[in-house]
Design a protein around this ligand. Sequence first.
Ligand SMILES: Cc1cc2nc3c(=O)[nH]c(=O)nc-3n(C[C@H](O)[C@H](O)[C@H](O)COP(=O)(O)O)c2cc1C
Length: 191
Amino acid sequence: MKTLIIYAHPDTGGHCAEILNNVIASLKEIETDIVLLNLYKMKYDPLLHEKEHYTRGNYTISKQNKEIQKQITNADKLIFIYPVWWNSMPAIMKGFIDRVFTSKFAFEFVNGYPKGLLKGRKAAVFITSGANNFMSCLFMGKRAAKIMKKDILQYCGIKTKVFQYGGALNFDDSSKQKIEKLVKKGLSWLY
Ligand SMILES: Cc1cc2nc3c(=O)[nH]c(=O)nc-3n(C[C@H](O)[C@H](O)[C@H](O)COP(=O)(O)O)c2cc1C
């Protein structure tokens, strides 16, 4: 069993970092090979370049992104961890998806209909937000969660569930306890 973790946060402390630490500690107890892509630490280039612009017929994929696509192909579980920024995701995560989840790798069109090519995989998405979960639902229609789940991962055929830590304002001991519970819940769904 192989697990690929994609982490997008510039900080080494705080809610997302705590989620990452919890996930890694818990995965050590599960028989799974782990690969961590820490996008900020890698200084991942989020810019989709002209030669990669597949809707214009340009299908070049960088050596780094080919390697990442291979890691996705080999993984049966994916874990995404990032904060909600502007009801969406950090730009570095969006750029990662633009450049890695490419046409003919992650999806294709058959008779005009999109077909996901990454079936057979499951993804747990851990997001944190300043707004609490009730507000995210009432005023935002869970937009941040839906973008990743429905518009991106399920579009590519990946079975997905989002685990949101709302009200991520002050990081303290009670946040640590709540995060531990959330990670447990997420991983028991994933494995
Ligand atoms: C650029 C930026 C945009 C943000 N946009 C939102 C938002 O749209 N909705 C929200 O609930 N919180 C928003 N926040 C708050 C973050 O989601 C919150 O600070 C983060 O999830 C806390 O996790 P952390 O301790 O790992 O940073 C934003 C924060 C930043 C820095």
